[in-house]
Write a protein that binds this ligand. Structure first.
Ligand code: ADP
Ligand code: ADP
Length: 233
C-alpha cells in the first residue's frame, strides 16, 4: 500500500476560505514529493491535516493503508520550519525526545533514555554531519543549518515510513538550504521513507523533488516530475 493516501480531503476554516478543496493523492514508498505553492495556497493546512493538528471537514487519510489516528502518529517523522527543538536541551537530548511516543514518561523526565535510543541518536547525529561536540551542545548555541540537521535526526529516530517537512528551509540561506534538502533526500532514501516536503521555492523543488505537487487556492494544479513544469499550461 502507498506510504500516504489522501482521499477527497477538504478543509474550510470557520471564518476563512476553503484552504483545501477535495484533495486526493497517493505517495509511493521512497518517493520525495514536494508540495509547491505560494503563501496561502494550503500547504500547511495539508500537512497539519495529516498530523491531526487540523481536523479536516471531509476526507480520508491513510498511512501505509491504515487510517491515520493519534496512535500511529509515530509512523510519521516531522521536520519543522522553526526546527521544533527545545533550545535548552542538547542536540542529543532533542533527538532522543523524538522517541517520546515509544519511551516511558519517567525516562523522559529524568533524561534517562534506554541505551539503544542513546546509541541511535548518536548515529543519526553523525549521519547528518554533526560531531560528538555538537551532540552534547545545547541547541541554542547552534546555527540554523545545524539546528535543522538536529531536526532531521529527530524526525528519523522512530524509523518513520513517512516524513513530513513543513517549509524546512524557510529560515535558512540558499547554500544551507541546498545542503539541508540534499541531506533530507538522502537520509530518507537510505531508509526507504517517503517524504512530503512543502516549499515555496521553485528552484529547490526542481533540484530535489522526484515529484512536484503544485497547490493553488487549495487545489492541485500540477502533479508530475520537475521536467514537466516547463510545458505550457
Ligand atoms: P500555506 O501554508 O500555503 O501558506 P495555509 O495552509 O497556511 O497555506 O493557508 C491556506 C489558507 O487558509 C489561507 O488563505 C490562510 O489564510 C487560511 N488559514 C490558515 N489557517 C487558518 C486558520 N487557523 N483560520 C482561518 N484561516 C486560516
Ligand atoms: P504559514 O507560514 O504556515 O503559511 P502563516 O504565517 O500563514 O503560516 O500563519 C501562522 C498561523 O496562523 C498558522 O497556524 C495558521 O494556521 C494561522 N492562520 C493563517 N491564516 C489565518 C487566518 N486568516 N485566520 C486565522 N489564522 C490564520
Amino acid at each position: 500500500s502507498p506510504a500516504l493516501e489522501l482521499t477527497a480531503l477538504t478543509k474550510s476554516y470557520r471564518n476563512g476560505p476553503t484552504a483545501l478543496d477535495d484533495i486526493s493523492l497517493k505517495i509511493e514508498q521512497g518517493s520525495f514529493c514536494v508540495v509547491l505553492g505560494s503563501s496561502g495556497s494550503g500547504k500547511s493546512t495539508l500537512l497539519k491535516c495529516i498530523t491531526g493538528l487540523v481536523t479536516p471537514c471531509r476526507g480520508e487519510i491513510r498511512v501505509k493503508g491504515r487510517p491515520m489516528t493519534r496512535r500511529n502518529l509515530r509512523t510519521i517523522g516531522m521536520v519543522h520550519q522553526d526546527f521544533g527543538l527545545s533550545e535548552r536541551l542538547t542536540s542529543a537530548q532533542n533527538v532522543m525526545a523524538g522517541a517520546a511516543a515509544i519511551t516511558p514518561l519517567w525516562r523522559i523526565l529524568l533524561q534517562a533514555y534506554p541505551l539503544p535510543v542513546q546509541r541511535k541518536a548518536c548515529q543519526l547525529l553523525a549521519r547528518v554531519g554533526l560531531t560528538e561536540a555538537h551532540a552534547n551542545r545545547r541547541v541554542k548555541a547552534l546555527s540554523g543549518g545545524q539546528k535543522q540537521r538536529v531536526g532531521i535526526a529527530r524526525a528519523l529516530i522512530t524509523d518513520p515510513s513517512l516524513i513530513l517537512a513543513d517549509e524546512p528551509v524557510a529560515s535558512l540561506d540558499p547554500r544551507t538550504s541546498a545542503e539541508i534538502m540534499q541531506l533530507l533526500k538522502d537520509a530518507a532514501r537510505e531508509r526507504g521513507a517517503a517524504v512530503l516536503c512543502s516549499l515555496h521555492q521553485i528552484d529547490l523543488a526542481r533540484a530535489y523533488a522526484d515529484r512536484i505537487i503544485g497547490l493553488q487556492g487549495g487545489h492541485i494544479i500540477f502533479d508530475g516530475p520537475p521536467a514537466q513544469l516547463d510545458r505550457a499550461a
